[in-house]
Design a protein around this ligand. Structure first.
Ligand code: SF4
Length: 63
């Protein structure tokens, strides 16, 4: 799976970074960055939790 962020919606509160620091990070401009092109299998559940819990609905799963 892959995950994408809509930067127009994201408020950069880093909740997803706490869940999956191997996939998400804040860049030097304090904007959310997806650092994993392909989500590692052992991170998929955490990423799906992040998608479900994002307060801005800014994350989406892609094939
Ligand atoms: S949880 Fe949502 S709003 Fe917060 S940093 Fe991640 S994508 Fe952005």
């Amino acid at each position: 799976m892959r995950v994408v962020v809509d930067k127009n919606l994201c408020e950069a509160n880093a909740l997803c970074v706490e869940n999956a620091p191997d996939v998400f990070a804040l860049d030097t401009n304090e904007e959310l960055e997806v650092t994993a092109g392909q989500v590692p299998h052992d991170a998929e559940d955490r990423v799906r939790t992040s998608i479900a819990q994002c307060p801005r609905a800014a994350l989406s799963e892609r094939e």
